[in-house]
Design a binder for this molecule. Sequence first.
Ligand SMILES: [Zn+2]
Ligand SMILES: [Zn+2]
Length: 471
Amino acid sequence: MRRITLRGSTAAAALAVALLTTAGCPGGSGPSTRSLTLTGYALNTAISATIIKNRTYDFYLGNGVTEAQAKVKIEGDMGSTTVKLLDGQGTLLREFTAPTDPVDVAVPGNVVRVVVDKPEGIRPLVSLESFGVTQVTTGAIPEPVAALQSRAVRSFPLTLNEPVFLPLSADEARYTYITVPGIRGKSVDVFVDGAAKVFASDEEHGFILDTATAASIGSGTDGMYTTLSPDGNHDQLLLTIETPRTPDVRTLIVSVNENVDVRDLKVRFLGAASRFGRTEDQLTATLHEILEETSTHLYSVTKGHVRLGSAEVVFGQFSRPGFHQTMSIGVSQVAGFAEAYVDPNSHEIKCGRGWWQMSIDDAAWTLTHEFFHHAFSLPEEYREGFPEVTTEGPNRQATATCRSSIMGSREVRELCVAGTHVSTPGQRQDPHTSMWELLAPRLINTAAPQRSTTELAIRSSGGKKLPVEMR
Ligand SMILES: [Zn+2]
Ligand SMILES: [Zn+2]
Protein backbone atom coordinates (compact mmCIF):
# COMPACT_ATOMS: atom_id res chain seq x y z
CA MET A 1 0.00 0.00 0.00
CA ARG A 2 1.24 3.42 -0.87
CA ARG A 3 0.20 6.58 0.83
CA ILE A 4 0.38 9.84 -0.99
CA THR A 5 -0.82 13.19 0.06
CA LEU A 6 -1.99 15.94 -2.21
CA ARG A 7 -1.28 18.48 0.47
CA GLY A 8 0.28 21.68 -0.83
CA SER A 9 3.84 21.69 -2.10
CA THR A 10 5.27 19.90 -5.08
CA ALA A 11 2.34 17.69 -5.97
CA ALA A 12 -0.09 20.57 -6.14
CA ALA A 13 2.36 22.71 -8.11
CA ALA A 14 2.90 19.95 -10.62
CA LEU A 15 -0.83 19.51 -10.95
CA ALA A 16 -1.32 23.17 -11.75
CA VAL A 17 1.31 23.13 -14.47
CA ALA A 18 -0.03 19.98 -15.97
CA LEU A 19 -3.51 21.39 -16.14
CA LEU A 20 -2.35 24.24 -18.34
CA THR A 21 -0.92 21.84 -20.87
CA THR A 22 -3.85 19.48 -21.11
CA ALA A 23 -6.82 21.56 -22.09
CA GLY A 24 -8.18 19.14 -24.66
CA CYS A 25 -10.28 16.15 -23.90
CA PRO A 26 -9.89 12.92 -25.78
CA GLY A 27 -12.85 10.80 -26.70
CA GLY A 28 -14.69 10.22 -29.91
CA SER A 29 -18.00 11.50 -31.11
CA GLY A 30 -20.93 9.70 -32.65
CA PRO A 31 -22.62 6.57 -31.43
CA SER A 32 -20.63 3.56 -30.35
CA THR A 33 -21.96 0.27 -29.08
CA ARG A 34 -20.52 -1.97 -26.47
CA SER A 35 -21.75 -5.29 -25.26
CA LEU A 36 -21.51 -6.25 -21.64
CA THR A 37 -22.98 -8.67 -19.15
CA LEU A 38 -23.67 -8.23 -15.47
CA THR A 39 -20.93 -10.62 -14.56
CA GLY A 40 -21.18 -9.56 -10.96
CA TYR A 41 -24.63 -10.97 -10.79
CA ALA A 42 -23.33 -14.43 -11.54
CA LEU A 43 -21.11 -14.38 -8.48
CA ASN A 44 -23.44 -16.36 -6.28
CA THR A 45 -25.08 -18.56 -8.86
CA ALA A 46 -24.00 -21.62 -6.95
CA ILE A 47 -26.36 -20.69 -4.16
CA SER A 48 -29.64 -21.42 -5.81
CA ALA A 49 -31.73 -20.72 -2.75
CA THR A 50 -30.09 -17.49 -1.72
CA ILE A 51 -32.44 -14.62 -1.20
CA ILE A 52 -31.16 -11.59 -3.00
CA LYS A 53 -33.25 -8.48 -2.80
CA ASN A 54 -32.64 -4.94 -3.87
CA ARG A 55 -29.33 -5.54 -5.53
CA THR A 56 -28.12 -2.58 -7.53
CA TYR A 57 -25.60 -2.00 -10.27
CA ASP A 58 -24.66 1.54 -11.24
CA PHE A 59 -23.20 2.13 -14.67
CA TYR A 60 -21.52 5.38 -15.62
CA LEU A 61 -21.48 5.60 -19.38
CA GLY A 62 -19.01 8.46 -19.52
CA ASN A 63 -18.65 12.20 -19.49
CA GLY A 64 -20.10 13.94 -22.49
CA VAL A 65 -22.68 11.26 -23.10
CA THR A 66 -26.05 12.88 -23.59
CA GLU A 67 -28.20 9.88 -24.27
CA ALA A 68 -27.80 6.14 -24.42
CA GLN A 69 -29.60 3.01 -25.38
CA ALA A 70 -29.31 -0.13 -23.27
CA LYS A 71 -30.07 -3.51 -24.76
CA VAL A 72 -31.36 -5.78 -22.01
CA LYS A 73 -31.69 -9.55 -22.14
CA ILE A 74 -32.97 -11.67 -19.28
CA GLU A 75 -32.64 -15.43 -19.14
CA GLY A 76 -33.69 -18.05 -16.65
CA ASP A 77 -36.51 -18.53 -14.24
CA MET A 78 -37.53 -15.08 -13.03
CA GLY A 79 -39.88 -16.37 -10.34
CA SER A 80 -41.16 -13.19 -8.74
CA THR A 81 -38.04 -11.22 -9.56
CA THR A 82 -38.30 -7.77 -11.00
CA VAL A 83 -35.51 -6.08 -12.89
CA LYS A 84 -35.72 -2.31 -13.12
CA LEU A 85 -33.75 0.16 -15.17
CA LEU A 86 -33.53 3.64 -13.68
CA ASP A 87 -31.81 6.76 -14.93
CA GLY A 88 -29.36 8.89 -12.94
CA GLN A 89 -32.21 10.71 -11.24
CA GLY A 90 -33.88 7.53 -10.10
CA THR A 91 -36.67 7.73 -12.67
CA LEU A 92 -37.97 4.31 -13.69
CA LEU A 93 -37.24 3.67 -17.34
CA ARG A 94 -38.41 0.10 -17.71
CA GLU A 95 -39.45 -2.79 -15.50
CA PHE A 96 -39.15 -6.46 -16.39
CA THR A 97 -40.97 -9.31 -14.68
CA ALA A 98 -40.38 -12.01 -17.29
CA PRO A 99 -37.42 -13.23 -19.32
CA THR A 100 -36.95 -11.31 -22.51
CA ASP A 101 -35.09 -11.39 -25.79
CA PRO A 102 -32.86 -8.36 -26.25
CA VAL A 103 -34.93 -5.22 -25.91
CA ASP A 104 -33.79 -1.61 -26.32
CA VAL A 105 -34.34 0.85 -23.52
CA ALA A 106 -33.69 4.54 -24.10
CA VAL A 107 -31.61 6.16 -21.37
CA PRO A 108 -31.70 9.94 -21.01
CA GLY A 109 -28.27 10.95 -19.79
CA ASN A 110 -25.26 8.90 -18.94
CA VAL A 111 -26.11 6.96 -15.79
CA VAL A 112 -28.04 3.70 -15.64
CA ARG A 113 -28.98 1.96 -12.42
CA VAL A 114 -30.09 -1.65 -12.68
CA VAL A 115 -32.05 -2.91 -9.69
CA VAL A 116 -32.72 -6.61 -9.30
CA ASP A 117 -35.36 -7.23 -6.68
CA LYS A 118 -35.54 -10.85 -5.76
CA PRO A 119 -37.85 -12.22 -3.09
CA GLU A 120 -36.73 -15.84 -3.34
CA GLY A 121 -35.81 -18.74 -5.57
CA ILE A 122 -33.31 -19.19 -8.34
CA ARG A 123 -31.98 -16.02 -9.80
CA PRO A 124 -32.17 -15.16 -13.45
CA LEU A 125 -29.12 -14.15 -15.42
CA VAL A 126 -29.59 -10.56 -16.38
CA SER A 127 -27.48 -9.36 -19.20
CA LEU A 128 -27.08 -5.92 -20.62
CA GLU A 129 -26.30 -6.86 -24.18
CA SER A 130 -25.01 -3.46 -25.07
CA PHE A 131 -25.01 0.23 -24.40
CA GLY A 132 -25.38 2.30 -27.52
CA VAL A 133 -24.03 5.68 -26.54
CA THR A 134 -24.43 9.03 -28.22
CA GLN A 135 -21.41 11.01 -27.25
CA VAL A 136 -20.85 14.68 -27.83
CA THR A 137 -17.34 16.01 -28.27
CA THR A 138 -16.36 17.82 -25.15
CA GLY A 139 -13.80 20.51 -25.68
CA ALA A 140 -12.94 21.06 -22.05
CA ILE A 141 -12.36 19.07 -18.95
CA PRO A 142 -15.71 18.78 -17.22
CA GLU A 143 -16.72 20.57 -14.08
CA PRO A 144 -17.04 18.47 -10.95
CA VAL A 145 -20.58 18.02 -9.77
CA ALA A 146 -21.87 17.45 -6.29
CA ALA A 147 -24.92 15.35 -6.96
CA LEU A 148 -26.68 13.43 -9.67
CA GLN A 149 -28.90 16.38 -10.43
CA SER A 150 -28.49 16.62 -14.13
CA ARG A 151 -29.49 13.79 -16.40
CA ALA A 152 -26.32 14.20 -18.37
CA VAL A 153 -23.85 14.80 -15.59
CA ARG A 154 -20.43 15.62 -16.88
CA SER A 155 -18.38 13.95 -14.20
CA PHE A 156 -19.80 11.14 -12.16
CA PRO A 157 -20.30 11.86 -8.46
CA LEU A 158 -19.17 8.69 -6.80
CA THR A 159 -20.49 7.98 -3.31
CA LEU A 160 -17.87 6.73 -0.87
CA ASN A 161 -18.01 2.95 -0.42
CA GLU A 162 -20.37 2.52 -3.39
CA PRO A 163 -18.79 0.95 -6.47
CA VAL A 164 -19.66 1.94 -10.01
CA PHE A 165 -19.26 0.05 -13.27
CA LEU A 166 -17.58 1.71 -16.22
CA PRO A 167 -18.37 0.10 -19.57
CA LEU A 168 -15.16 -0.05 -21.58
CA SER A 169 -14.66 0.55 -25.25
CA ALA A 170 -13.40 -2.03 -27.71
CA ASP A 171 -12.54 0.72 -30.17
CA GLU A 172 -10.72 3.41 -28.26
CA ALA A 173 -8.95 4.42 -25.10
CA ARG A 174 -11.23 6.45 -22.88
CA TYR A 175 -10.98 9.01 -20.16
CA THR A 176 -13.60 9.01 -17.45
CA TYR A 177 -13.98 11.78 -14.92
CA ILE A 178 -15.19 10.94 -11.45
CA THR A 179 -15.87 13.33 -8.59
CA VAL A 180 -15.81 12.01 -5.05
CA PRO A 181 -17.45 14.46 -2.63
CA GLY A 182 -17.22 14.29 1.15
CA ILE A 183 -13.56 13.36 1.58
CA ARG A 184 -12.44 16.24 3.78
CA GLY A 185 -10.24 14.92 6.57
CA LYS A 186 -10.60 11.33 5.42
CA SER A 187 -8.12 8.78 4.25
CA VAL A 188 -9.62 6.83 1.39
CA ASP A 189 -8.76 3.74 -0.63
CA VAL A 190 -9.05 3.96 -4.41
CA PHE A 191 -9.81 0.66 -6.15
CA VAL A 192 -9.88 -0.07 -9.85
CA ASP A 193 -10.25 -3.71 -10.79
CA GLY A 194 -8.80 -3.81 -14.29
CA ALA A 195 -6.39 -2.18 -16.71
CA ALA A 196 -6.34 1.56 -16.10
CA LYS A 197 -4.23 4.56 -15.26
CA VAL A 198 -5.61 6.69 -12.48
CA PHE A 199 -4.87 10.34 -11.75
CA ALA A 200 -5.98 12.21 -8.66
CA SER A 201 -6.41 15.90 -8.03
CA ASP A 202 -8.68 18.30 -6.21
CA GLU A 203 -11.36 20.80 -7.19
CA GLU A 204 -8.82 23.61 -7.27
CA HIS A 205 -6.79 21.92 -9.98
CA GLY A 206 -9.53 20.16 -11.91
CA PHE A 207 -9.28 16.87 -13.72
CA ILE A 208 -5.82 15.77 -14.77
CA LEU A 209 -4.75 13.97 -17.90
CA ASP A 210 -1.83 11.66 -18.42
CA THR A 211 0.99 14.15 -18.78
CA ALA A 212 0.65 14.94 -15.10
CA THR A 213 2.87 12.27 -13.65
CA ALA A 214 2.73 13.90 -10.24
CA ALA A 215 -0.96 13.16 -10.08
CA SER A 216 -0.67 9.53 -11.11
CA ILE A 217 -1.76 7.33 -8.26
CA GLY A 218 -1.48 4.02 -9.99
CA SER A 219 -1.75 1.97 -13.11
CA GLY A 220 -1.75 -1.65 -13.98
CA THR A 221 -3.19 -4.27 -16.21
CA ASP A 222 -5.12 -6.19 -13.61
CA GLY A 223 -6.22 -3.61 -11.16
CA MET A 224 -4.80 -1.17 -8.66
CA TYR A 225 -5.34 -0.15 -5.10
CA THR A 226 -3.88 2.79 -3.26
CA THR A 227 -4.63 4.85 -0.20
CA LEU A 228 -4.89 8.62 -0.45
CA SER A 229 -4.73 11.13 2.34
CA PRO A 230 -5.98 14.35 0.77
CA ASP A 231 -5.36 17.57 2.64
CA GLY A 232 -8.03 19.10 4.82
CA ASN A 233 -8.77 22.03 2.50
CA HIS A 234 -10.67 20.18 -0.14
CA ASP A 235 -13.89 18.27 0.13
CA GLN A 236 -13.80 16.69 -3.30
CA LEU A 237 -11.40 14.22 -4.81
CA LEU A 238 -11.23 14.32 -8.60
CA LEU A 239 -10.24 11.14 -10.41
CA THR A 240 -9.35 10.85 -14.06
CA ILE A 241 -9.40 7.24 -15.18
CA GLU A 242 -7.71 6.36 -18.43
CA THR A 243 -8.79 2.98 -19.76
CA PRO A 244 -7.17 1.34 -22.77
CA ARG A 245 -8.98 -0.15 -25.71
CA THR A 246 -10.17 -3.50 -24.38
CA PRO A 247 -11.55 -6.10 -26.76
CA ASP A 248 -12.04 -8.68 -24.02
CA VAL A 249 -12.91 -6.99 -20.77
CA ARG A 250 -16.22 -5.19 -20.81
CA THR A 251 -16.49 -3.37 -17.54
CA LEU A 252 -14.32 -1.95 -14.85
CA ILE A 253 -15.35 -1.48 -11.25
CA VAL A 254 -14.23 1.69 -9.54
CA SER A 255 -14.74 2.39 -5.87
CA VAL A 256 -13.39 4.87 -3.38
CA ASN A 257 -13.73 3.61 0.15
CA GLU A 258 -13.47 5.20 3.52
CA ASN A 259 -11.74 2.56 5.57
CA VAL A 260 -12.71 3.16 9.20
CA ASP A 261 -11.63 0.02 11.00
CA VAL A 262 -8.23 -1.62 10.55
CA ARG A 263 -7.59 -4.51 12.93
CA ASP A 264 -4.30 -5.84 14.15
CA LEU A 265 -4.33 -9.44 15.26
CA LYS A 266 -2.25 -11.48 17.64
CA VAL A 267 -2.06 -15.11 16.60
CA ARG A 268 -0.83 -17.62 19.13
CA PHE A 269 0.01 -21.19 18.25
CA LEU A 270 -0.58 -23.01 21.49
CA GLY A 271 2.24 -25.46 21.14
CA ALA A 272 5.29 -25.92 18.99
CA ALA A 273 4.91 -25.82 15.23
CA SER A 274 5.86 -29.49 15.08
CA ARG A 275 2.62 -30.32 16.84
CA PHE A 276 0.85 -29.08 13.72
CA GLY A 277 3.14 -31.20 11.55
CA ARG A 278 4.81 -28.16 10.00
CA THR A 279 7.70 -25.80 10.53
CA GLU A 280 7.16 -22.32 11.95
CA ASP A 281 7.90 -20.83 8.54
CA GLN A 282 5.38 -23.08 6.85
CA LEU A 283 2.66 -22.28 9.36
CA THR A 284 3.37 -18.57 9.15
CA ALA A 285 3.32 -18.57 5.36
CA THR A 286 -0.01 -20.41 5.22
CA LEU A 287 -1.44 -18.18 7.90
CA HIS A 288 -0.30 -15.11 6.00
CA GLU A 289 -2.11 -16.30 2.91
CA ILE A 290 -5.28 -17.03 4.87
CA LEU A 291 -5.18 -13.64 6.60
CA GLU A 292 -4.74 -11.70 3.36
CA GLU A 293 -7.66 -13.55 1.89
CA THR A 294 -9.68 -12.93 5.05
CA SER A 295 -8.85 -9.24 4.96
CA THR A 296 -10.01 -9.03 1.37
CA HIS A 297 -13.26 -10.78 2.28
CA LEU A 298 -13.83 -8.50 5.26
CA TYR A 299 -13.20 -5.51 3.07
CA SER A 300 -15.58 -6.65 0.40
CA VAL A 301 -18.37 -7.71 2.79
CA THR A 302 -18.16 -4.43 4.72
CA LYS A 303 -18.13 -2.30 1.59
CA GLY A 304 -14.56 -1.23 2.22
CA HIS A 305 -15.00 -0.18 5.84
CA VAL A 306 -13.07 -2.96 7.59
CA ARG A 307 -9.84 -4.81 6.89
CA LEU A 308 -6.91 -6.37 8.68
CA GLY A 309 -3.74 -4.36 9.25
CA SER A 310 -1.11 -6.66 10.69
CA ALA A 311 -0.68 -9.88 12.58
CA GLU A 312 1.80 -10.84 15.24
CA VAL A 313 2.57 -14.55 15.40
CA VAL A 314 3.71 -16.29 18.56
CA PHE A 315 4.65 -19.95 18.83
CA GLY A 316 4.61 -22.25 21.77
CA GLN A 317 2.57 -20.25 24.23
CA PHE A 318 0.61 -22.61 26.42
CA SER A 319 -2.29 -20.76 27.93
CA ARG A 320 -3.94 -23.85 29.30
CA PRO A 321 -3.33 -27.56 29.12
CA GLY A 322 -5.07 -29.60 26.50
CA PHE A 323 -5.02 -26.94 23.81
CA HIS A 324 -1.64 -27.67 22.34
CA GLN A 325 -2.89 -28.16 18.81
CA THR A 326 -4.99 -25.07 18.79
CA MET A 327 -4.31 -21.67 17.35
CA SER A 328 -6.01 -18.66 18.85
CA ILE A 329 -6.49 -15.33 17.19
CA GLY A 330 -6.85 -12.38 19.50
CA VAL A 331 -9.12 -9.67 18.14
CA SER A 332 -8.14 -6.28 19.47
CA GLN A 333 -10.22 -3.23 20.22
CA VAL A 334 -13.50 -4.71 21.33
CA ALA A 335 -16.09 -2.14 22.29
CA GLY A 336 -18.84 -2.40 24.88
CA PHE A 337 -21.34 -4.04 22.59
CA ALA A 338 -19.77 -7.45 22.92
CA GLU A 339 -21.78 -8.74 25.85
CA ALA A 340 -24.76 -9.58 23.68
CA TYR A 341 -23.04 -12.37 21.88
CA VAL A 342 -19.52 -13.23 22.92
CA ASP A 343 -17.67 -13.10 26.19
CA PRO A 344 -16.08 -9.63 26.30
CA ASN A 345 -13.16 -11.03 28.33
CA SER A 346 -12.17 -13.59 25.77
CA HIS A 347 -12.04 -12.18 22.31
CA GLU A 348 -10.11 -14.99 20.85
CA ILE A 349 -11.04 -17.03 17.85
CA LYS A 350 -10.02 -20.62 18.54
CA CYS A 351 -8.89 -22.62 15.55
CA GLY A 352 -8.43 -26.31 16.19
CA ARG A 353 -6.22 -28.75 14.37
CA GLY A 354 -8.92 -29.41 11.76
CA TRP A 355 -8.78 -25.79 10.68
CA TRP A 356 -5.46 -26.47 8.99
CA GLN A 357 -7.00 -29.22 6.89
CA MET A 358 -9.30 -26.73 5.17
CA SER A 359 -8.53 -25.05 1.87
CA ILE A 360 -7.21 -21.49 2.10
CA ASP A 361 -10.52 -20.28 0.71
CA ASP A 362 -12.67 -22.17 3.24
CA ALA A 363 -10.42 -21.16 6.10
CA ALA A 364 -10.60 -17.49 5.09
CA TRP A 365 -14.39 -17.45 4.77
CA THR A 366 -14.70 -19.27 8.10
CA LEU A 367 -12.40 -16.76 9.71
CA THR A 368 -14.38 -13.90 8.19
CA HIS A 369 -17.57 -15.27 9.75
CA GLU A 370 -15.83 -15.73 13.13
CA PHE A 371 -14.31 -12.27 12.94
CA PHE A 372 -17.77 -10.73 12.72
CA HIS A 373 -18.73 -12.56 15.94
CA HIS A 374 -15.64 -11.59 17.85
CA ALA A 375 -14.95 -8.09 16.62
CA PHE A 376 -18.51 -6.87 16.16
CA SER A 377 -20.62 -9.26 18.17
CA LEU A 378 -22.78 -10.29 15.24
CA PRO A 379 -24.92 -13.35 16.05
CA GLU A 380 -25.35 -16.62 14.20
CA GLU A 381 -28.01 -16.70 11.52
CA TYR A 382 -28.15 -20.45 11.24
CA ARG A 383 -29.29 -23.34 13.36
CA GLU A 384 -27.53 -26.60 13.92
CA GLY A 385 -29.28 -29.92 13.92
CA PHE A 386 -28.27 -33.55 14.06
CA PRO A 387 -30.64 -35.10 11.55
CA GLU A 388 -28.77 -38.37 11.17
CA VAL A 389 -26.36 -40.47 13.16
CA THR A 390 -23.64 -42.27 11.22
CA THR A 391 -21.10 -44.79 12.45
CA GLU A 392 -18.74 -41.88 13.04
CA GLY A 393 -21.28 -40.17 15.24
CA PRO A 394 -24.00 -37.60 14.75
CA ASN A 395 -23.85 -35.76 11.45
CA ARG A 396 -23.99 -32.09 12.17
CA GLN A 397 -25.98 -30.04 9.73
CA ALA A 398 -26.37 -26.28 9.63
CA THR A 399 -29.48 -24.63 8.28
CA ALA A 400 -29.37 -20.93 7.56
CA THR A 401 -32.25 -18.98 9.05
CA CYS A 402 -31.21 -15.90 7.10
CA ARG A 403 -29.98 -16.80 3.65
CA SER A 404 -28.71 -13.35 2.74
CA SER A 405 -25.84 -13.28 5.15
CA ILE A 406 -22.43 -14.76 5.79
CA MET A 407 -23.60 -15.20 9.39
CA GLY A 408 -26.12 -17.69 8.02
CA SER A 409 -23.99 -19.37 5.39
CA ARG A 410 -20.33 -19.22 4.53
CA GLU A 411 -21.38 -19.39 0.88
CA VAL A 412 -23.01 -15.96 1.03
CA ARG A 413 -20.46 -13.25 0.52
CA GLU A 414 -22.31 -10.36 2.11
CA LEU A 415 -24.18 -9.21 5.19
CA CYS A 416 -27.94 -8.87 5.11
CA VAL A 417 -29.60 -5.45 4.98
CA ALA A 418 -33.02 -4.40 6.30
CA GLY A 419 -34.70 -5.47 3.09
CA THR A 420 -33.07 -8.88 2.84
CA HIS A 421 -32.81 -10.07 6.45
CA VAL A 422 -34.98 -12.91 7.69
CA SER A 423 -35.44 -12.83 11.45
CA THR A 424 -33.87 -15.55 13.54
CA PRO A 425 -36.13 -16.87 16.31
CA GLY A 426 -34.33 -17.19 19.60
CA GLN A 427 -31.57 -14.78 18.66
CA ARG A 428 -30.43 -12.92 21.73
CA GLN A 429 -30.23 -9.65 19.92
CA ASP A 430 -33.30 -8.27 18.21
CA PRO A 431 -34.14 -11.04 15.74
CA HIS A 432 -35.66 -8.54 13.35
CA THR A 433 -32.47 -6.54 12.98
CA SER A 434 -30.28 -7.16 9.96
CA MET A 435 -26.53 -7.66 10.33
CA TRP A 436 -25.76 -4.37 8.61
CA GLU A 437 -28.01 -2.53 11.08
CA LEU A 438 -26.10 -4.16 13.93
CA LEU A 439 -22.70 -3.53 12.38
CA ALA A 440 -23.04 0.07 11.17
CA PRO A 441 -23.37 1.73 14.61
CA ARG A 442 -20.27 -0.19 15.68
CA LEU A 443 -18.20 1.43 12.94
CA ILE A 444 -17.18 5.07 12.88
CA ASN A 445 -19.07 7.24 10.45
CA THR A 446 -20.93 4.41 8.83
CA ALA A 447 -24.59 4.03 7.96
CA ALA A 448 -26.28 0.74 7.12
CA PRO A 449 -26.80 0.48 3.36
CA GLN A 450 -30.35 0.23 2.10
CA ARG A 451 -29.47 -2.12 -0.69
CA SER A 452 -26.94 -4.75 -1.53
CA THR A 453 -24.46 -3.68 -4.15
CA THR A 454 -22.62 -6.07 -6.30
CA GLU A 455 -19.30 -7.43 -5.12
CA LEU A 456 -18.73 -4.21 -3.33
CA ALA A 457 -15.18 -3.15 -3.37
CA ILE A 458 -13.30 -5.79 -5.25
CA ARG A 459 -14.34 -8.05 -8.06
CA SER A 460 -13.61 -11.58 -6.96
CA SER A 461 -11.87 -12.73 -10.12
CA GLY A 462 -9.64 -9.78 -10.84
CA GLY A 463 -9.36 -8.42 -7.33
CA LYS A 464 -6.01 -8.54 -5.67
CA LYS A 465 -5.63 -9.57 -2.09
CA LEU A 466 -5.16 -6.85 0.47
CA PRO A 467 -1.77 -6.96 2.16
CA VAL A 468 -1.51 -7.96 5.79
CA GLU A 469 1.78 -7.18 7.48
CA MET A 470 3.29 -9.98 9.55
CA ARG A 471 5.02 -8.41 12.53
ZN1 LIG B 1 -20.82 -18.48 13.83
ZN1 LIG C 1 -29.98 -11.65 8.27
